[in-house]
Ligand binder design. Structure first.
Ligand SMILES: [Zn+2]
Length: 171
């Protein structure tokens, strides 16, 4: 039996998983290609979270350390973020979907994020995206026998990337 896309009034086949909530509950709904594109474009895990909440999220055993075991699991929000970035079959991350920095108007948060990603403050989206791919490959625990040091580094990089995506992504 085929599952119909969960988007309102859509009758297409739902073949793509979309997380229902941000609580790592691993609940998904299934969407068609058109609607997963819309969903992914607007989805930002850290949106509406304060720095403190993000910090808590990262430190939380519930959401992070337990799921470390399943680092390779596709049902993991960080993984969804990475998979979207690394394997962009839907072209969500193509550069035309992103703005460029205005040289004189880069916030301190974005400067910090660029620094974490070892980029200078005029990096264009293409460079950020490429650098992210490189860094994820370099620091992924699968490549480092689950070394915690690299995990922390990777978490920071993911947050930085998420921050830059939020700043440069066109609404
Ligand atoms: Zn649909």
């Amino acid at each position: 039996m085929k599952i119909i896309c969960d988007w309102k009034n859509c009758k297409e086949i739902g073949s793509y998983k979309a997380p229902v909530e941000k609580d790592n509950s691993k609940k998904f709904r299934l969407l068609c290609l058109e609607h997963i594109k819309i969903f992914n474009r607007s989805w930002n895990y850290f949106e509406n979270m304060s720095n403190q909440e993000i910090e808590f999220f990262i430190k939380s055993d519930l959401t992070w350390h337990k799921s470390t075991k399943n680092f390779g699991s596709s049902e993991n929000f960080f993984n969804i973020l990475w998979n979207n970035a690394l394997d962009d079959k839907l072209n969500i991350f193509k550069s035309s979907n992103f703005k460029e920095f205005k040289k004189t108007k880069i916030s301190q948060t974005d400067k910090d994020a660029l620094e974490v990603m070892e980029l200078n403050d005029v990096a264009k989206w293409d460079e950020i995206h490429l650098k992210f791919k490189t860094l994820v490959k370099k620091y992924h625990p699968d490549k480092n026998q689950g070394n915690k040091k690299f995990e922390d580094k990777l978490k920071k990089i993911t947050l930085a990337y998420s921050q830059l995506k939020k700043t440069l992504g066109k609404k």
